[in-house]
Design a protein around this ligand. Structure first.
Ligand SMILES: Cc1cc2nc3c(=O)[nH]c(=O)nc-3n(C[C@H](O)[C@H](O)[C@H](O)COP(=O)(O)OP(=O)(O)OC[C@H]3O[C@@H](n4cnc5c(N)ncnc54)[C@H](O)[C@@H]3O)c2cc1C
Length: 451
């Protein structure tokens, strides 16, 4: 096994290179592009809504099942309880931000319920997230945001326990992180994303879905007749459909060129650390926040290993390493050794533990230019839908977002009739906007920290 194989893809399932039929069908009621968490969740909801007469569904995946960001991520399902929700509240107002917080709480409960009732073998552990702020200024900023949400009655904030203020010593004791200034603790989960996606697709195939891996969609065009149907061109032929659902996250530009610069590929890195001598147990998942642009996150697995991601301080200044990068088959070189002594450096009691990095891998996140996911009908393309731009946070949002999208695609439900947050709706104005928050925050970070 190559060390750069993501840990989650070290045990590929039977569906990894699956093709339900030897040839592509010539038509389908619904065509889904992509086979990551978004597609798996979408088809799960779509087929459960289909009743006695479910639509024929064809899924086209360029590579193997779950070989994109979902198969290469940190495995952390962490509904935001304070930080990004407070940022949204400052930018768009409390009511709009609270909708996002509620969606993430609902997603957490719905995903947990699905995994438990379906008995999905995906190593899910329900635990608490510990967000640790590592500087005084960040600590103050996060406390202000948390207080804003608490005073406004945002439900998520009231589930969040804060330690800090003038008591950094206590933050260190509570979190076990050296140099902690404050910490926020709230419910979270971690799991094996590939196994979850594999389970969802197994179930969907048993219900009649046709999965075609290693089949790249090259472009889609509307048929030149009165049918209003779409011709989906692939590396293996053309398929006709009335509805195309594009679930390709960072790679959306490859199917819908108007998303170039609207969903920006952003390369990230993760590692799996294995203790080789006895190590103190970790009771939570963690995020260590060093700056607004820089945080590391980790999940402790029940096999004793730790999956950790981040390392931006090692490579962020060179935007060529991450901005617009579409390749996930090589390591971000400046971060190659970042995780070698990560646990010893940051965690109490780990100083003398011997560890090794068993796997080190990259993946491509899809950063939305305005930092918000884009869900719904694609402007100017009747019958085409999108759900993408999860900006590195999809595990906390996708399952519930997919339910809303499935209602739109199946029943013709309007966006407003779903439970989806107003901020996530794709619109003509969002698509036309020249805003690029990835560049804006990069410039701000480089100026502030003089990288
Ligand atoms: C290193 C890393 C760590 C992360 N850690 C976390 C975390 O801990 N918690 C969290 O919430 N989020 C995390 N994320 C983000 C999270 O993984 C994503 O938000 C989520 O997986 C997106 O799912 P998706 O199905 O939309 O995209 P993907 O999983 O990327 O699926 C898209 C699929 O579309 C396919 N595709 C693309 N173009 C085409 C085409 N033209 N034709 C056919 N198929 C195509 C791709 O091959 C891919 O399989 C992380 C991401 C990375 C990269």
């Amino acid at each position: 096994m190559n060390i750069t194989t993501p840990f989650w893809r070290t045990q590929p399932g039977a569906l990894d290179s699956h093709r339900t039929t030897a040839d592509l069908p010539t038509s389908a009621d619904v065509i889904v592009v992509g086979a990551g968490h978004a597609a798996a969740s979408f088809v799960t909801h779509l087929l459960s809504l289909g009743g006695a007469n479910p639509p024929s569904v064809l899924v086209l995946e360029e590579r193997q099942l779950c070989s994109g960001a979902t198969g290469r991520n940190g495995g952390h399902c962490k509904p935001d309880h304070h930080k990004q929700i407070a940022n949204l509240a400052r930018r768009y107002g409390i009511a709009a931000a609270a909708e996002v917080a509620d969606l993430e709480l609902a997603n957490f409960e719905a995903l947990k319920h699905y995994i438990e009732t379906e008995q999905v073998d995906c190593d899910m552990v329900i635990t608490r997230a510990m967000d640790v702020t590592m500087t005084d200024s960040l600590s103050k900023q996060d406390l202000d945001g948390y207080n804003l949400l608490l005073q406004s009655g945002v439900a998520a904030a009231s589930n969040c326990e804060y330690t800090g203020k003038l008591d950094a010593e206590r933050a260190y004791k509570v979190s076990g992180v050296k140099g902690a200034k404050s910490c926020f603790s709230y419910p979270a989960a971690h799991l094996w994303p590939y196994k979850l996606v594999h389970h969802m697709f197994s179930h969907a195939i048993a219900q009649g879905l046709n999965l075609q891996t290693e089949t790249k969609v090259t472009h889609i065009v509307q048929a030149d007749d009165v049918s209003g149907s779409w011709l989906v061109h692939t590396s293996r032929g053309v398929v006709r459909t009335q509805k195309v659902v594009v679930l390709t996250n960072a790679y959306t530009f490859s199917v819908l060129p108007e998303y170039e610069g609207k969903i920006i590929p952003y390369r990230a890195i993760c590692a799996r650390i294995v203790p080789e001598t006895t190590a103190p147990p970790l009771g939570n998942t963690y995020a260590l926040r060093f700056a607004n642009w820089d945080h590391d996150y980790l999940i402790p697995r029940s096999d004793g290993s730790i999956v950790v991601g981040g390392a931006r301080s090692a490579f962020f200044q060179d935007s060529n390493e991450w901005y617009g990068r579409r390749d996930d088959d090589s390591i971000i070189e400046p971060a190659r050794h970042y995780f070698d002594d990560f646990m010893q450096q940051h965690f109490e009691g780990w100083e003398n533990v011997r560890t090794s990095v068993a796997q080190l891998w990259t993946g491509i996140m899809g950063y939305s230019a305005d930092s918000l996911p884009r869900i719904g009908a694609v402007p100017r393309r009747p019958g085409v839908f999108i759900m993408a731009g999860f900006t590195g946070h999809g595990m906390a949002q996708i399952f519930s977002c997919a339910k809303g999208l499935a209602e739109m695609v199946t029943n013709g439900t309007t966006y407003e009739q779903t439970d989806l947050p107003r901020l996530f709706e794709e619109t003509e104005a969002r698509l036309a906007s020249q805003e690029n928050m990835v560049c804006t925050s990069y410039r701000a970070a480089t100026q502030q920290s003089k990288l």
